[in-house]
Design a binder for this molecule. Sequence first.
Ligand code: PMP
Length: 316
Amino acid sequence: MPDLLANIGRTPLVPLRQIAAGLPVPVLVKCEHMNPGGSVKDRIALAIVDDAEARDVLHPGDTLVEATAGNTGVGLALVAAVRGYRLVCVMPEKMSVDKRTVLRSLGARVEVVPNAPPTSPDNFRNVAERMAEQHGWFNTDQFRNPANALVHEQTTGPEIVEQTLGRIGAFVAGVGTGGTLTGVGRCLRAKVPHARVVLADPVGSALADWIETGRLGLDGSYQVEGIGGSTVPENLDRQVVDEAMRVTDEESFAMARRLVREEGLLVGGSAGTNVVAALRLAARGGLDGPVVTVLPDSWDRYRAQPWMQAWGQPAC
Ligand code: PMP
């Protein structure tokens, strides 16, 4: 009988019936929050481990170390449990306390490091790399590992093409590692070449400027987790991206709330970012087919964050 990991992927694609009503084209959302670990990152966790096992560089009992915003850690923890690995997660302190608790509950060791820039030795990626070298652990390295973008090119993208019967006007997504946007983008370039591929970037991230001009923008702060950044991840391929859209924290969190309330989609903040950009694209017109986006993760990861706590306050 297939194990739990066989149930990663093949997520539903559903229309936004209320929020996108009246727009020239439908907005379709891929429910990655319905993966077993609650996020799109289950796909890459399994793909990275499968790839390393196939290359004979990883063996049961080994330790995986990952620099993660949390979701890849959860995906890796599931894979580690089923396949018999130990897991160490290095997380910037900006990430929600819920994510730390979840990872520790799953048996991972969690190292919280300061929100340091990529040049700093305290930066989460640098800490993970150092730990891998020092202890002989396997650095899953989602930012650089090509198995990340490849699994989206081979699964997420083809699933979207199949679920839309090949009718896609645009695909839009935020970039953390770039795996989703690059992988789905490459698949669409091959199979639906007229589809626009669009980056949804938090205001404060430097990536939208890079897509538009080839130069990184100013590095600001923002609260949405898992997307945007001050450096270009190796897994982001600028060749497949047509344009960028900027979305504020306020817009993202307000949309996440609407997705929960009006569509019953129990998602986190970056889903809000993606849907704000998707609605803008759909409203702009000129597209030959629906706008497709992803809902990267589940709301249960953000309960302790002030923006979600505010949902429980009585309306004034
Ligand atoms: N949203 C959330 C909540 C995430 O954790 C991530 C991954 N860091 C993304 C979106 C972006 O996905 P990707 O790494 O494929 O660019």
